[in-house]
Design a protein around this ligand. Structure first.
Ligand code: FEO
Ligand code: CA
Ligand code: CA
Ligand code: CA
Length: 669
């Protein structure tokens, strides 16, 4: 299947050592350079980025905190993907902002100046940007391209699918519940076979405030829902917006809508329901800077990471998704329509999305100890959902808006923070990262959970006193095999366990990772089609005393290529299923990023000769009080690599990096 990869052995490079240097390290024979960074001007006439906190117009600049990313080849007439490896559109998610560096002196306290809030609201969302290969063989982004587009937390977006028009989605902005403003906290991505970008709205709940006493103005049922999605209040104290956008000094509705409280007589006179308008997989047509954007409510509302689409001729389309919070679930959407490959060539792409992503069934995964599992249906057809007593679902739209509660009712398995999932390009098996879970405990209390077959590790006692984190500290990567995209039963195993190389081999370093392989907290996970390699990216807090966050390349096996394994915790024994242990030929560290960042998002050119990788939030932990003294910044990348203004004293910036092999070969060989 990987004809081109036969030309050179996979993982032929020398592993990159762990590093604390403020630079991007790649193997000998490879070169990494910056393609586009936070603040770079996208449109004609927008001034160059000064990077001193005074820049404005972020709705015309590349956004902050680069995250998930997809590559869309661009044909000469610009209407479709012709498989070009020379000209393309990149879709880039922008998850959060580092307030410290976005303003001259860091963020002002609440009530916040409008201009600061506007800058932050515009720096998040999604960037669509044209890139083209120059005569030097390197890609550059095209300022002023008619394809360039910024989607921000303020862009008007349609609510689509079964929850469109639902009573819970009606607001003063959209009294019929069909539209909202903004996509928020965009984390993982997906790419559909019909050429659209899927962007996952993750920790959007942090962007809402609720007034003290708002609980008293809501039904008990509704308060259950707010609590389940992390926005409960006590009558003594409200709940805050993470950046206090709702406090902007003018008091304009543009800002106050981030307070999702009951303030008027009816839901169409205030923004009490604004909270229900975020948390979706949102679909964007990158080939049109004016195409309507749609939130696909059929895929459920949660803390979305990536969305992996499996489309096979004559079969239903499946979309696999993770909900990244402690003890949340893995989901699968299955379309009503079967996949017609002619739809891949249509240019009315959002209409194709309507066909496949607006009608279908949503499921959550339930894992059994014997390596099998079930997709449990989340709809009122499932009696466990329809008859649930802790929350009463009003209709099918309510089930999707509260998919987490439906999955609780249906008895799905609570996981160790499901992050990115993607599909093996040949077998269609799902690989999904479970980044860590401090709530996985041997003797659980409260919201903690005991280890189980699919989440078998807890370090609660093992690391007592030596690590600040407990639970499943290093995370793991789980695999699911569905015989058919619409299958309701599956088999599973654990591909890799993150660990430190010198950790206990019977309870922690179960995959036998070496110094060249050790990693912690897998987060991004993407396959490259040219080589079939599985790329693993980390967002780690446990190994950062030894190394900055990194990316590894793995040669995937297949679900079931290992066997059962029992972890003996003494009084507790847990049996799991694990894949074949990696060797030096099947897992190797490929990249280590600069300081105080995470590596996330990956896209390749179809010829496999260039990959793009994002460096997110270098220097994020710099203290505002140290802004006047650049020597105290925790990172100066990429200024210190010669990109943009500021040099070795530069304020750090999130950026997209392109990586080539100096001999022109495939990346990862
Ligand atoms: Fe945005 Fe769960 O990482
Ligand atoms: Ca992530
Ligand atoms: Ca992070
Ligand atoms: Ca993460």
């Amino acid at each position: 299947a990987y004809a081109r990869a036969q030309q050179a052995p996979l993982l032929g490079f020398a592993a990159v050592p762990k590093s604390l240097a403020d630079t991007v390290s790649v193997p000998k024979g490879y070169t990494a350079s910056v393609l586009i960074a936070m603040g770079d001007p996208l449109f004609a006439g927008v001034p160059a980025f000064k990077n001193d906190g005074t820049d404005t117009d972020f709705d015309k600049r590349c956004g902050e905190w680069h995250d998930g990313m997809e590559y869309f080849g661009l044909s000469a007439n610009g209407t479709r993907d012709d498989g070009s490896s020379n000209r393309a559109l990149l879709g880039i998610n922008h998850e959060w902002v580092t307030q410290t560096f976005l303003h001259p002196n860091g963020p002002s306290p609440a009530p916040r100046p409008d201009a600061e809030v506007i800058k932050e609201m515009q720096a998040m969302g999604v960037t669509i940007v044209e890139i083209a290969k120059g005569t030097n063989g390197k890609f550059a982004y095209v300022q002023g391209s008619p394809f360039n587009r910024r989607i921000t937390t303020e862009t008007v977006i349609e609510l689509s699918g079964p929850a469109r028009g639902n009573a819970l989605l009606r607001t003063k902005f959209s009294p019929d519940g069909t539209r909202t403003r903004g996509t928020v906290n965009n984390c993982g991505t997906g790419k559909t076979p019909w050429g659209t970008l899927l962007t996952g709205e993750e920790n959007w709940n942090n962007f809402f405030a609720r007034n003290a006493g708002d609980n008293d103005k809501r039904s008990a049922n509704e308060n259950v829902a707010f609590a389940r999605y992390g926005k409960s209040v006590t009558t003594e104290k409200g709940s805050d917006h993470v950046y206090r956008w709702n406090t902007a000094q003018s008091g304009d509705e543009r800002f106050t809508r981030w307070n999702t409280s009951v303030t008027a007589a009816s839901a169409t006179e205030d923004y009490r329901n604004e909270f229900y308008c975020q948390g979706y997989v949102t679909e964007i047509d990158p080939y049109s800077a004016t195409a309507v954007i749609k939130k696909r409510t059929a895929l459920g509302r949660m803390a979305h990471e990536s969305a992996a689409v499996r489309a096979e001729v004559g079969k239903k389309v499946a979309v696999y998704m993770g909900d990244d919070a402690r003890n949340e679930y893995i989901y699968k959407f299955v379309s009503t329509q079967t996949w017609d490959p002619a739809d891949a060539n249509r240019t009315d792409r959002i209409a194709v999305g309507d066909k496949y992503l607006d009608a279908g069934k949503l499921y959550a995964a339930k894992f059994n100890e014997d390596g099998t599992g079930t997709w449990v249906e989340l709809s009122l057809s499932n009696p466990a959902v329809a008859n649930y007593t802790k929350y009463r679902f009003a209709d099918e739209g309510d089930v999707l808006i509260h998919a987490r509660i439906a999955a609780d009712a249906a008895g799905a398995t609570k996981m160790d923070r499901p992050e990115w999932g993607n599909l093996h390009p040949v077998t269609g098996e799902l690989y999904i990262t479970l980044t860590n879970n401090s709530n996985r405990r041997l003797n659980p209390t409260g919201s903690q959970l005991a280890p189980d077959a699919a989440n078998p590790r807890s370090y609660s006692d093992l690391y007592a006193g030596t690590k600040t984190n407990t639970g499943n500290v290093n995370g793991h990567i789980l695999r699911i095999r569905d015989a058919d995209p619409a299958a309701t039963t599956f088999t599973w195993d654990i591909f890799l366990f993150g660990a430190e190389a010198d950790a206990d081999p019977k309870l922690i370093n179960l995959s036998g990772l070496t110094e060249e392989q050790e990693f912690s907290s897998p987060d991004g996970l993407v396959f490259t089609k040219s080589t079939g390699l599985c790329w693993i990216q980390t967002d780690d807090g446990a190994l950062t005393d030894e190394t900055n966050c990194m990316m590894l390349a793995a040669v995937p096996g297949a679900v079931g290529d290992g066997g059962p394994l029992t972890l003996d915790y003494g009084s507790t024994k847990v049996t799991t299923r694990m894949g074949k242990k990696p060797t030096s030929r099947t897992l190797k560290r490929f990249l280590v990023g600069p300081k105080d960042q995470e590596i996330t998002g990956l896209a390749e050119t179809p010829d496999g000769k260039v990959i793009f990788v994002n460096v997110q939030h270098p220097g994020e932990d710099t203290n505002v009080a140290d802004l006047a003294d650049p020597s105290k910044y925790t990172s100066h990348w990429p200024g210190n690599a010669g990109y943009g203004a500021g040099g070795a004293n530069a304020r750090p910036r999130s950026a997209t990096v392109m990586i080539v092999k100096d001999d022109g070969g495939l990346i990862g060989t």
